[in-house]
Design a protein around this ligand. Structure first.
Ligand code: AMP
Length: 393
């Protein structure tokens, strides 16, 4: 078990907390503050327990001078102050005497947000390459390090792994929740264990399939990635999404695990992604100029049949082009079945959250993971560097 924020006596301590405050900002206006709200619990816990919170976060990507102003974290400090009900101080500098002086003058219960950690990337990618001089400077500002930025746990950066190596460390409430839910669904010994994969490309998910295929009882495949599997079985897939370089992988998976893998038997096809003309056809009846954009009604029934006795489910990726209402029925039907039957289901990895938000209710699922890339790498069986750096209890 990893050490957590609750394992420390925070009274009188300066706590460096890595949050994920990477919110969408246009012209200084935050359009979605979900990530700020999600970070409140750990920040509040620090100040309510007599600590001082010194927050590190990235915002967007910094490749050139022009990227600086649009990725300025200042508006986040204003919104964070409103949500916390505590004035959040802001340091426009990511290192130097001014920042050190600000930190030294902080009192118990105060909160300081440091400018975007990726401002340091302008200087030879110091943040993103985990420069240890930079990490030592940030570590020198505090007594304890808490990692609460789940979405960047798959990155080895100075502000998470670097600082984590140098201070007594633990995970915050957000990372705790993600890790405990992921560990629970992956490691508990209940069966049938069903994995549902969808989304765009097979190549993005080869390692996830490789890791989960030996653990699960059934692997249901929908979405764009199903067509590469179908192609490898010899079907004409018209102009559907095809990952040429993954055909051999699909073939190999079907040869070795064909009894576990469930593929669509019908599909909703159209001549283009934007067209409103579509038809349902069997999987062996796709015309050369047609692309499959959703699973058809018989596939929905087949997939549901294979979910019937499931004790736990991991779902990664939608069953079709859900952004278009014509092609969202398959994804919605699967979500509805899971929710209505109280199946223990973790959804996450890649872009799954937006399809849940559009078609279902995330509170009805066992867990909807917030970290696209981090969750994908967790499902690949990797130890995430941002979690690996945290000591065991
Ligand atoms: P991912 O991030 O890999 O989970 O992919 C999500 C994206 O896959 C969404 O934007 C979907 O619209 C897209 N997608 C799912 N099924 C299809 C399909 N049959 N054809 C094209 N795109 C699809």
């Amino acid at each position: 078990m990893k050490r957590t924020i609750k394992d420390f006596d925070l009274d009188g301590k300066k706590v460096i907390i890595r949050c994920d405050l990477n919110v969408p900002i246009k012209d200084g206006i935050i359009s979605d503050d979900t990530r700020i709200r999600a970070s409140l619990r750990s920040i509040r816990y620090i100040i309510d327990n007599g600590g001082t919170a010194i927050i590190l976060s990235h915002l967007g990507k910094i490749k050139e001078e022009n990227d600086l102003e649009k990725n300025n974290l200042y508006p986040v400090s204003v919104r964070l102050s409103e949500l916390l009900g505590v004035k959040v101080k802001f340091s426009n500098e990511t290192r130097g005497d001014n920042l050190s002086n600000m930190v030294n003058s902080l009192n118990k219960g105060e909160v300081l947000l440091i400018q975007n950690t990726r401002y340091e990337d302008l200087d030879c990618k110091k943040e993103s390459s985990c420069d240890m001089d930079l990490a030592s400077y940030w570590a020198s500002l505090g007594d304890i390090f808490i990692n609460d930025a789940y979405g960047t746990c798959h990155r080895c950066h100075a502000s998470n792994v670097g600082v984590g190596k140098l201070l007594p460390n633990g995970i915050g409430f957000l990372v705790m929740e993600e890790v405990s839910k992921l560990d629970s669904i992956m490691n508990e010994d209940s069966h049938p264990f069903v994995v549902i994969m969808g989304g765009a490309k097979v190549s993005d998910k080869i390692k996830v399939i490789d890791n989960l295929i030996t653990k699960c009882d059934k692997l249901i495949i929908g979405g764009g990635m199903a067509y590469t599997f179908l192609k490898s079985k010899g079907y004409n897939i018209g102009t559907s999404l095809l990952d040429n370089e993954s055909i051999d992988f699909c073939q190999d998976m079907l040869d070795r695990y064909g009894d576990k893998i469930i593929l669509p038997i019908d599909t909703v096809v159209s001549n283009s992604m934007d067209s409103n003309d579509y038809r349902v056809c069997n999987i062996d009846d796709i015309h050369d100029n047609e692309m499959g954009l959703d699973i058809g009604p018989s596939s929905i029934s087949l997939f549901i049949d294979n979910l019937k006795d499931a004790k736990r489910v991991i779902m990664n990726g939608p069953m079709g082009l859900f952004e278009n209402d014509n092609y969202s029925k398959g994804t919605k039907a699967i979500y509805d079945y899971i929710v209505n039957n109280n199946i223990k289901c973790l959804v996450g990895g890649g872009d799954s959250v937006s399809s849940i938000n559009k078609l279902s209710d995330s509170s009805k699922f066992y867990h909807v993971s917030t970290g696209g890339g981090a969750t994908l790498e967790y499902l690949e069986g990797k130890i995430l560097p941002g979690i690996g750096v945290i000591n065991e209890k």
